[in-house]
Design a protein around this ligand. Structure first.
Ligand code: 13P
Length: 252
């Protein structure tokens, strides 16, 4: 009953020409949004060109934005500016932003509120380091991130939130969490949401897995009860590979 959502996070890859070629290739063959939601999150500089070519079945997202409307924040991108060009999604609190740009849980929460003010669907990221995983503290760590990120978000809006569980040790390493491991943590996240809201909200929220997802391992990941899609880095850069991931979403 939860529609699978497959999102590509291109990170700092692809110039305008490369991005347009990708969208051209994908738009020919993308499965209908009736069965799966497909999103590409690109660098800010190419968003406007991509949005012009976004159809019902492929939506465009940003990878970050500021939590304020405007101001003296050199180099930042605002939610109203994203909305103005037709962007529909925004990744918030990616572990790379937390690690390299010092984003805190409080920032992530402010950004989640800001996204809804400007009709952007937030894809809120959480996930533990290898050190946390090995110390057995994963559930507590991820719970803290999720509770902080969702502070003040109403039940109505919460149903629209997408959460991406991305264990840091699985990102770009080729080391995927086992499907059981990913599903267990995602179930735990759903329980946290149940505690904060209610059953209805918990069952409505989509929770993706991210970290070395590729066309070979996606079927198994999506076969799990609580994994509702994927947030994909490397394997989303090639149009055929991205289409294979989206097709796997259709089968869920
Ligand atoms: P990879 O799929 O390259 O491991 O990246 C995952 C990720 O960080 C998506 O946001």
């Amino acid at each position: 009953m939860r529609k699978p959502i497959i999102a590509g996070n291109w990170k700092m890859n692809k110039n305008r020409d490369e991005a347009l070629q990708f969208i051209y290739n994908v738009n020919q063959n993308i499965p209908s949004s009736e069965f799966v939601e497909s999103v590409i999150c690109a660098q800010s500089i190419v968003l406007r060109d991509l949005v012009k070519r976004q159809g019902e079945s492929l939506r465009i997202g940003a990878q970050n934005m500021h939590y304020l409307d405007n101001g003296a924040y050199t180099g930042e991108v605002s939610a109203p500016a994203l909305e103005n060009i037709g962007v529909k999604y925004v990744i918030i609190g990616h572990s790379e932003r937390r690690a390299y740009y010092n984003e805190t849980d409080a920032d992530v929460n402010k950004k989640a509120h800001q996204a809804f003010l400007y009709n952007l669907t937030p894809i809120i990221c959480c996930g533990e380091s290898l050190e946390v995983r090995e110390s057995g503290e994963t559930n507590a760590y991820v719970k803290k991130q999720v509770v902080a990120a969702l502070k003040g978000i109403t039940a109505k809006l919460m149903k629209e939130v997408v959460i991406a569980y991305e264990p840091i040790w699985a990102i770009g390493t080729g080391r995927t969490a086992t499907s059981e491991m990913a599903n267990d943590t995602i179930k735990e996240i759903r329980n946290v949401i149940r505690g904060l809201y209610n059953d209805e909200v918990a069952e409505a929220v989509r929770i993706q897995y991210g970290g070395s997802v590729n066309p070979k391992n996606i079927d198994e990941l999506l076969s799990m009860s609580d994994i509702d899609g994927a947030l994909v880095g490397g394997a989303s850069l090639d149009s055929e590979s991205f289409l294979a991931l989206v097709r796997a979403g259709v089968k869920k």
